[in-house]
Design a protein around this ligand. Structure first.
Ligand code: SF4
Length: 337
């Protein structure tokens, strides 16, 4: 399905260290690709490893105790793990940008919007101050800000939540990134503004042909925006499929539960089913399948052996023993239970 790849994440593992010897694995050897011009959704509940994945790709773990301990991230033909911090700074905000959930934590409260945008643009282009200002105004207009000149003169606290998020998107887009990583970009906003911002991101994505990694816990957003989806659970990928396939034929019980808990118009269902229990503490993972304590289909095997990510069809993968193509056939080195 993915034709020309822009980003390849290969067996990436990130651990958080409590001390030199003790660590917790937040993401465990995850692999996926993002194609050029593709919108890939990364979904799962809080604590599944979605944000750690984006921070690991962007190499923004240095302010945490986290460290990538295995794997590679190939972006535009370069292994990002091998770049110097200077080379990485050139990529961040230039070819690769990020939008966070909370715009106020990303905008500098002590700096006017024009200064922040102009500085960002000039860091990644050869534009003069005046040209950078013109580009900033143009992009603000593109993201639906009717009076960019006024907004440029504002400090972040003078903007509403929706306006700040638009400014964040404009800043992220200001250097025409090839990849935009959007981590819960609309969660903090009310529903109407949320719809406007998503519409806007899609429009700009189509116009500019960029790729987006959209991280969200909201399957409604995924259905609206994405071409392909990855579902994460407890630090691992448990399902991967094109968006229609995932919604019409979810193969992992966790995905099934997530989809069942999305409200559907006119269904007449008053109480939506929810997945019992919660995401396990990563330092105390259950034996076998990580989802087993919450899974209504769990068997003895599930509580003892961790399933692989099986290929269900050409474009769909699932980490569940129910999808084991060799079920009943002894696996190499392992005895069937
Ligand atoms: Fe459920 Fe077993 Fe599949 Fe895990 S492997 S999701 S416990 S059926």
């Amino acid at each position: 399905m993915v034709q020309e790849k822009l980003l390849t994440v290969n067996k990436l593992r990130t651990e958080f260290f409590q001390n030199k010897k003790t660590s917790v694995t937040a993401i465990n050897e995850i692999s996926f690709d993002i194609g050029k011009g593709e919108i890939l959704g990364l979904v799962g509940e809080s604590g599944c490893g979605k944000s750690v994945t984006s921070l690991s790709i962007m190499r923004l773990l240095n302010f945490t105790s986290g460290k990538v301990t295995k794997g590679e991230v190939i972006f535009d033909g370069k292994d990002l793990q091998k770049l110097s911090e200077k080379e990485m700074r050139e990529i961040r905000g230039g070819k690769m940008s990020m939008i966070f959930q909370e715009p106020m934590s990303s905008l500098n409260p002590a700096m006017r919007i024009d200064k922040q945008m102009i500085e960002g643009i000039r860091l990644h282009t050869n534009l003069s101050k005046q040209e950078a200002r013109e580009r900033a105004a143009k992009i603000l207009q593109q993201v639906g800000i009717p009076d960019p000149e006024r907004v440029l003169k504002n400090y972040p606290h003078q903007l509403s939540g929706g306006m700040s998020q638009r400014v964040m998107i404009a800043m992220a887009m200001s250097c025409n990134p090839q990849l935009l990583i959007a981590d819960e970009p609309t969660t903090a906003l009310d529903v109407t503004i949320q719809a406007q911002i998503l519409e806007l991101m899609k429009k700009i994505q189509q116009e500019e042909g960029m790729s987006i990694l959209l991280i969200t816990h909201d399957l409604g957003v995924v259905a609206e925006m994405c071409t392909r989806v990855i579902v994460m659970y407890a630090g691992e990928i448990v399902e991967e499929a094109p968006v229609e396939v995932l919604f019409n034929n979810p193969t992992h019980p966790y995905t099934e539960g997530l989809i069942a808990s999305v409200p559907k118009l006119g269904s007449g269902v008053k109480v939506l089913p929810s997945i019992p229990g919660s995401v396990p503490d990563l330092s105390m993972l259950p034996k076998g399948c990580r989802f087993a304590p919450r899974c209504k289909y769990a068997t003895e095997r599930c509580h003892n052996e961790e399933p692989d990510l099986f290929e269900v069809s050409e474009h769909q993968k699932c980490r569940c023993w129910l999808r084991d193509p060799h079920a009943g056939v002894p696996r190499e080195g392992k005895e069937e239970k």
